[in-house]
Design a protein around this ligand. Structure first.
Ligand SMILES: [Zn+2]
Length: 76
């Protein structure tokens, strides 16, 4: 399953967890919140970019963020 085919509306779990080993952070979001914020047609990789960009605005020039969806990685 490609993450590019998923949107917030079709994400497999109600809780969406964004992790980044490089930033050592974890963000938890409710699927309903992301649907309201980004819409049912948004691609999950684009949503991930939006989420991580706003939280790393001050560090964009440093190492690239490697955030990922924990639930999707667990499915692989
Ligand atoms: Zn990161």
């Amino acid at each position: 399953m490609s993450t590019g085919s998923l949107s917030p509306a079709t994400y497999p779990t109600d809780a969406i967890t964004v992790c980044c080993d490089r930033c050592r952070r974890v963000g938890r979001y409710k699927r309903r919140t992301l649907v309201q914020r980004y819409g049912t047609d948004a691609a999950m990789p684009d949503v991930l970019n939006e989420i991580t960009a706003c939280e790393r605005n001050d560090r964009l020039s440093v190492e690239r963020c490697e955030a990922y969806y924990a639930e999707l990685r667990a499915l692989l």
